[in-house]
Design a protein around this ligand. Structure first.
Ligand code: HEM
Length: 404
């Protein structure tokens, strides 16, 4: 080393000693403001901690870091063969769906090799969905048992007359039982898909659960058609009698007499409580059918991107403090949203139907006959559907006022 070089090195060391401290402090400050600067744009400790705490981390820093072919080293250079994109950048592009992937498998979306949103769906499904869904169903059963213990079976208060009136024609009973039968099958096989791993595998083992799960899936996919046909039949047969009117308000004001003995508010063919059941069945039935069809035909019937677009246009997410919903969804994401929606609707639907089944069987004396033989005891009809009874027995002129 020459004397000149030595002097230069000395000068540099002095300059560093004088200015180095503030420079380092600046770097630390910068890192505190923007921790990612300290990692050269990669993942930070804060990202990892946030993710471990279940917070959402904006992945833009890596979803866009997928290399730059324009800066590829020459073919003879050290990085030439990868064309300016490292292995991790390639995998990132595959993960975030921006890779130009070619696959030999045919079929739509076969070139989606990694689907990043799948983890969120999986966590939600085995976390909140199963937990709150399970508790909702258990709470419904507990509430029904408590109701039975406190209120007991709702009896026919007056003396039985020994005569009956026709309440539901054969076609009405057929539609009801087609819907009820298919619903129960769909409910049981659907619940086995959601809770089977958790509840059935510990009970019957994996070997026995596998055929149960396969058969259940087949039943679920195919009996859905029976449910949809019955839903249309029930709608056509009963919609007119389920249009709300003023009598319903009086019925609701006394809780339909469900909570006090000897109280029998007047009602037509369907009382307000039954109208609530009817409209719940129609709205939830249509929603569960459409989301189920979307799951059966994910590439032909996507529905969430279009729904989100409409919700965004109405500004609804903003009203509840949410960011606009995604309007472009891969088929897998469509299925994930459809699966969650389908399950949430199913759980609410099953809870409502459990209450209905209770009242239509053990909960109320004389009710089952309406759907069994179709004939009900005249006294039962007087107490629960007085206006309708008068109408069918000719004791009063049929009400011709338009429904309000
Ligand atoms: C074992 C199960 C079930 C039993 C014992 C049962 C019983 C009954 C009875 C007795 C009625 C007539 C009530 C009356 O005369 O006023 C009825 C009506 C009705 N059922 Fe069911 N049902 C069952 C399952 C279902 C299911 C699964 C659904 C729908 C998914 C359903 C939907 C309806 C509807 C919409 C009505 C008319 C409105 C009402 O009465 O609430 N039922 N059911």
């Amino acid at each position: 080393m020459t004397l000149r070089n030595l002097l230069c090195l000395f000068a540099v060391l002095i300059a560093m000693a004088v200015s180095g401290a503030p420079v380092m402090a600046q770097a630390t400050d910068g890192a505190a403001e923007n921790p990612r600067a300290a990692t050269g744009g990669a993942q930070t400790l804060q990202d990892i901690l946030a993710r471990q705490n279940g917070q959402t981390v904006d992945n833009a820093f890596r979803s866009t870091a997928t290399g730059d072919p324009d800066h590829a080293a020459g073919i003879a250079g050290q990085l030439g063969t990868l064309g300016g994109v490292s292995d991790s950048e390639t995998w990132r592009a595959i993960r975030f769906g921006s890779a130009d992937t070619t696959v030999s498998a045919r079929g739509p979306a076969a070139n989606v090799l990694v689907q990043d949103g799948g983890m969120w769906w999986l966590e939600f499904r085995k976390g909140p969905l199963m937990t709150y869904g399970g508790y909702t169903l258990l709470a419904t059963l507990v509430a029904l048992v408590l109701f039975y213990l406190l209120r007991g079976r709702i009896r026919i208060d007056g003396e039985r007359t020994g005569t009956t009136v026709l309440r539901f024609k054969a076609v009405e009973r057929f539609a009801h039982w087609l819907m009820a039968g298919s619903f129960i099958l769909l409910g049981l096989t659907g619940l086995s898909q959601l809770f089977g791993r958790f509840l059935l595998i510990p009970l019957i083992g994996k070997e026995a659960f596998a055929p149960v799960a396969i058969a259940g899936k087949w039943v679920h996919n195919n009996f859905a058609w029976a449910f949809m046909i019955a839903l249309i039949m029930v709608f056509v047969l009963w919609v007119v009698e389920n249009i709300p009117n003023k009598t319903d308000l009086k019925w609701l004001a006394v809780g339909g007499g469900l909570f006090s003995k000897g109280v029998h508010p007047p009602a037509k063919k369907f009382n307000a409580g039954q109208k609530i059941i009817f409209w719940s069945v129609i709205v939830l039935g249509v929603s569960i059918s459409v989301s189920g069809l979307s799951l059966l035909f994910p590439f032909q019937m996507p529905m969430f991107a279009a729904t989100f677009e409409k919700l965004n246009a109405l500004g609804l997410p903003g009203l509840v403090g949410m960011a606009p919903l995604p309007e472009v969804l891969a088929p897998h994401q469509e299925m994930q949203f459809a699966q969650l929606w389908h399950s949430i609707v199913a759980i609410v639907f099953i809870a409502i139907i459990l209450a209905h089944i209770y009242l239509g069987s053990v909960g109320m004396e004389g009710a089952f006959d309406a759907m069994g033989s179709g004939e009900v005891e005249a006294q039962w009809a007087r107490e629960h559907h007085g206006l309708w009874y008068d109408e069918v027995t000719g004791k009063a002129e049929p009400d011709k006022t338009p429904a309000e």
